[in-house]
Design a protein around this ligand. Structure first.
Ligand code: CAA
Length: 287
């Protein structure tokens, strides 16, 4: 599939990342089919896109007409065949569990056109392993967005062992068409570039509090006001989703070694369902 031939983008998953990616694609003028497994999940994703587009219009980053037109380009769906049957690119943003993603690719493969590209938004899992459950490992790569996708300019374009150059070029050009800055990640390694740096930073912040070296507020003031990050480490962890950070860390721990062992403070937050902004409470309270 050449970049010039891409018209319809299917986004699988309407959660934090999925709805944000669907929104970015719709703003860029693509027809978007956003799919999740339950009606209520797709509706929540659609409502979040509407909220975000209105916010962008309110801040004059888009005109109200552009915002309305973008929303009209998004079709919320539950049926997999309808979602991917005529897609040129399928961007998958389902939960960060290898088995869930593998199951999804089994279904997608059955319905997607033969020349469609599959791009996974995984935060850390092996692109090569995922590509091997499909019959098109050459037409498969990583396309990793950052939260919130509509505000974050970077997209990692990750090559799996089998990804062919045409696929990587097309996805890189698509990221540019989405008004993002793509960075090519040459090797399929846990956490790629950003999460390999960012997730251990958030984990280390947890160890500081766990070991009673500093409070959450003290650590966050330091990361924000001295290190120049736009958010404190705990704020960022809440923004990303503490469950997402933990999954990335567990995978890095499994593949890369002991130095990535998750801090109990993070594990407890996830066990207690303090997942961050999306659940109303994380390291901070958002209610
Ligand atoms: N759509 C539209 N508006 C949004 C929005 C969205 N999705 N999300 C937030 N906003 C709005 C807020 O509601 C707020 O509006 P009000 O002013 O009306 O209250 C406004 O944006 C805040 O915007 P500002 O520009 O004033 O705030 P800011 O300058 O602090 O920018 C930010 C916000 C862009 C999120 C910034 O804090 C930032 O860059 N944070 C770091 C985020 C980051 O690093 N993300 C990557 C995490 S790693 C990851 O995601 C990868 C992974 O796989 C785990």
């Amino acid at each position: 599939m050449d970049f010039e031939d891409i018209e319809t983008v299917a986004v699988l998953g309407a959660g934090n990342m999925g709805h944000g990616i669907a929104e970015v694609a719709a703003i860029a003028g693509y027809d978007v089919q956003m799919r999740d497994i339950k009606e209520e999940f797709v509706q929540d994703g659609y409502d979040n896109i509407e909220w975000s587009l209105d916010k962008l219009a309110e801040k004059e980053q888009l005109s109200q007409d552009e915002a309305d037109a973008a929303l009209e380009r998004v079709t919320p769906l539950v049926d997999m065949e309808a979602a991917v049957g005529d897609a040129d690119v399928v961007i998958e943003a389902v939960p960060e569990k290898m088995e869930i993603k593998k199951d999804v690719y089994g279904d997608v493969e059955a319905y997607a056109p033969e020349d469609a590209i599959f791009a996974t938004n995984t935060s850390s899992l092996s692109i090569t392993e995922l590509s091997e459950v499909t019959e098109r490992p050459g037409q498969f790569c990583g396309m990793h967005f950052f939260n919130p996708p509509v505000r974050m300019p970077l997209v990692e374009v990750i090559s799996g062992e089998h990804s062919d150059d045409e696929t990587l070029d097309a996805i890189e050009a698509l990221a540019e068409a989405f008004d993002k800055t793509p960075v090519r990640v040459r090797k399929d390694s846990p956490g790629f570039i950003v999460n390999r740096i960012l997730v251990p930073l958030m984990n280390e912040a947890c160890w500081l509090v766990h070991d009673d070296v500093a409070t959450i507020a003290e650590v966050d003031s330091t990361t924000k006001f001295d290190m120049g990050l736009p958010m404190g480490s705990f704020e960022l962890s809440d923004q990303v989703g503490n469950d997402v950070g933990l999954h990335v860390l567990e995978y890095m721990h499994e593949v890369l070694g002991e130095q990535y062992a998750p801090c109990p403070l993070l594990e407890e937050a996830v066990e207690d369902e303090r997942l961050g902004k999306k659940s109303g409470e994380g390291f901070y309270d958002y209610e």
